[in-house]
Design a protein around this ligand. Structure first.
Ligand SMILES: Nc1nc2c(ncn2[C@@H]2O[C@H](COP(=O)(O)OP(=O)(O)OP(=O)(O)O)[C@@H](O)[C@H]2O)c(=O)[nH]1
Length: 217
């Protein structure tokens, strides 16, 4: 018997190299810390079905490489994303300073209405902190972003980050602000899932320089 989900959301994980994007995705999908994480080459992909506000939502998550040399490849995956985790490392001011550029890319290449949650990752390394919670929350407020500090290592706030973003998108659909039928909305309503839908967790997969995703055509 096939099952259905209410919505399919396209998500991005973006931010500078080494901020912990792949580890956040891995923690969200596999529920454990990814040991020996290497730089992402191009993009990786993972998915998980979640229940948010009484709705079943499949999140299709594209984890992009942070290194500059992959920028042209990763940019081609932005189009049609409904939500994004914008990640910096609380122990690296350099990654925080780069946020404006990432934000511009997301709003230009994905959609001006993309729902973005700012994640200050490596919260467990508080002793090495270079960015305060207060300044990052101000940045978030000024740029209309949600904000959380996360730790892919301990799992703190990781689930919350993805779910908060999904919940906000659902609220926009409910209020009529986001039309899921519109091309490029990053949302697809009611599609059939495989029979194992209730446990569907696609582990992160490396998609090196693959052709464009189906959302982008
Ligand atoms: N202490 C701590 N280390 C982390 C955390 N998240 C990631 N790391 C470490 O940070 C390094 C980079 O993590 P990745 O997930 O590969 O970073 P990335 O952002 O995907 O990097 P790129 O693929 O190059 O863009 C690795 O050594 C991880 O072990 C965290 O929450 N806490």
């Amino acid at each position: 018997m096939s099952e259905t989900y209410d919505f399919l959301f396209k998500f991005l994980v973006i931010g500078s190299a080494g901020t912990g994007k792949s580890c956040l995705l891995h923690q969200f999908i596999e529920n454990k810390f990814k040991q020996d994480s290497n730089h992402t080459i191009g993009v990786e992909f993972g998915s998980r079905v979640v229940n948010v506000g009484g709705k079943t939502v499949k999140l299709q998550i594209w984890d992009t490489a942070g290194q500059e040399r992959f920028r042209s490849v990763t940019r081609s995956y932005y189009r049609g994303a409904a939500g994004a985790l914008l990640v910096y490392d609380i122990t690296s001011r350099e990654t925080y300073n780069a946020l404006s550029n990432w934000l511009t890319d997301a709003r230009t290449l994905a959609s001006p209405n993309i729902v973005i949650i700012l994640c200050g990752n490596k919260k467990d390394l508080d002793a090495d902190r270079e960015v305060t919670f207060l300044e990052a929350s101000r940045f978030a407020q000024e740029n209309e972003l949600m904000f959380l500090e996360t730790s892919a290592l301990t799992g703190e706030n990781v689930e919350e980050g993805f779910l908060k973003c999904a919940r906000t998108i659902l609220n926009k659909i409910d209020s009529g602000e986001l039309d899921p039928e519109r091309m490029g909305s990053g949302v697809r309503p009611r599609l059939n899932l495989s029979p194992q839908a209730h446990v569907d967790r696609t582990p992160p997969t490396v998609l090196q320089f693959s052709s464009r995703c189906f959302w982008c055509v």
